[in-house]
Design a protein around this ligand. Structure first.
Ligand SMILES: Cc1ncc(COP(=O)(O)O)c(C=O)c1O
Length: 423
């Protein structure tokens, strides 16, 4: 765009922006959570038990005990995570809690024959973080004082050349965070070659290295013919690296976000060591809720058809985001963005140095966006360009309106920055 065209664009966008600012909007694209009509899809959880609290092996789920969870819930977790039933635990309502506890246990207490990370002779522990990524993973490391090291995300998954080189060169790297399907926030699904390289990764790393495989969006497909994620557990078994794989997932965005069931899968010794620590914290999980979930989803078919109903609600919102991005930014060179086939987010990269400014402009116009830097460890996006959009929670009309404002903010900030650069 030449200077004259940029000046005209700046004037036009500034005028629109002033109008948006006067309109008194109060819109929010920050919340990666299900909308109320999605939660309604699982309202028959209420009453699913009809007074029968016995699990299939006769356990009275109302009572204490059963740290590993009831078998029918674990079966659901096994199907969701692609792991053998014997190696799956069904827990409380949050997989994030299991992740926190796992990392904390590895760091402070050690797992099985592996001593605590904090005492490791190789030095202060580090964790690899594919970026952009999930802020709450980063918060776990930050809170525990574990250093984070960025590795770039590609369209195929994390840059495996960088990952392999890092673990080979530095024995103080103890783990890597992964969201292998519909990654938060890019929506990337790790391709087969990437998953195969992950299966071999623990062999290149120092002993006790863990792949933290957070499959939070395992069944959250937007399309009827979804992409396939290769099964890491079976590949790791073949490679003899099972101890290096720890999987997490939950029904948070399947049933009730605040009252779902979380799952974890690991090798027999690793799960056993983790369970020992868990035993000091609780006598057993909420097995009543586990049983309700197992009744709702007796098999994968029931789960898949439930998720199709979620897709019918949120797919139009994702489409609205794509339409707005295409109509307002395609061909401008002002931004690139992802087109996820599932999950909860769309990731937008502005021109370098503009994410913070776009978010500030949007806030002035009454549209809340996830803070700049949130998708990077320590809240620091080195290029200040990544913005995470979360379209599931607001009604469709609000998503459309918020996107009009957002697009205008990107165009305005980009026009101003380009003019300044040219001056
Ligand atoms: C990648 C990822 N993992 C985990 C969670 C939270 O999971 P849970 O509700 O099971 O704690 C989220 C929620 O946004 C997420 O995006």
């Amino acid at each position: 765009m030449n200077a004259e065209a940029l000046r005209a664009l700046e004037v036009e966008c500034a005028q629109r922006h002033a109008e948006f600012c006067k309109a008194g909007l109060a819109l929010d694209l920050t919340r990666g959570k299900p909308a109320a009509d999605q939660l309604d899809l699982a309202s028959h959880l209420d009453g699913a038990l009809q007074g029968d609290y016995r699990s299939e092996d006769g356990t009275d789920t109302r009572n204490y005990g059963g740290l590993r969870g009831i078998v029918e819930a674990r079966r659901l977790g096994a199907a969701l995570l692609g792991a053998p039933l014997a190696q799956v635990m069904a827990g409380g309502n949050s997989s994030l809690t299991l992740m926190y506890l796992f990392v904390e246990t590895a760091h402070l207490f050690g797992l099985g024959d592996q001593g605590p990370w904090r005492d490791d002779a190789a030095g202060a522990p580090k964790v690899l973080c594919p970026v952009p990524g999930y802020d709450r993973h980063f918060a776990i490391c930050e809170q525990l004082g574990i250093e984070m090291v960025n590795v770039p995300m590609l369209a195929t998954g994390p840059d495996m050349d960088a990952v392999e080189a890092a673990v080979r060169d530095d024995p103080s790297i103890r783990a890597i965070w992964c969201v292998p399907k519909y990654s938060n926030p890019t929506g990337c699904v790790y391709d087969e070659a990437t998953v195969a390289r992950f299966a071999g990764l623990p062999k290149l790393a120092a002993p006790g290295f863990r792949i933290l495989w957070d499959n939070a969006y395992a069944v959250h497909d937007l399309e009827p013919d979804p992409p396939h994620l290769a099964e890491l557990f079976s590949l790791a078994k073949q490679a003899g690296t099972e101890d290096g794989v720890v999987m997490f997932g939950s029904t948070s965005k399947v049933t009730f976000a605040g009252a779902g069931v979380a799952f974890m899968a690991a090798s027999t010794p690793v799960l056993g060591a983790f369970e020992q620590r868990l035993g000091a914290l609780m006598i057993g999980p909420d097995k009543v809720n586990q049983l309700r979930h197992a009744k709702l989803f007796p098999d994968m078919e029931a789960l898949t058809s439930h998720m199709r109903r979620h897709a019918a609600i949120i797919q139009p919102k994702f489409e609205a985001v794509q339409e707005a991005l295409e109509a307002g930014l395609a061909g401008t060179g002002f931004a690139t963005w992802t087109r996820p086939r599932g999950g909860y987010f769309v990731s937008v990269d502005t021109l370098p140095g503009l994410a913070r400014e776009v978010i500030r402009l949007a806030a002035d116009a009454g549209v809340k966006l996830t803070p700049a830097g949130a998708t990077f460890p320590y809240g620091r996006d080195p290029e200040d360009r990544n913005i995470r959009l979360a379209p599931t929670f607001p009604p469709l009309a609000d998503v459309r309106r918020a996107m009009e404002v957002f697009i205008n903010c990107v165009r305005l900030a980009s026009a101003r920055a380009s003019l300044q650069e040219n001056s």
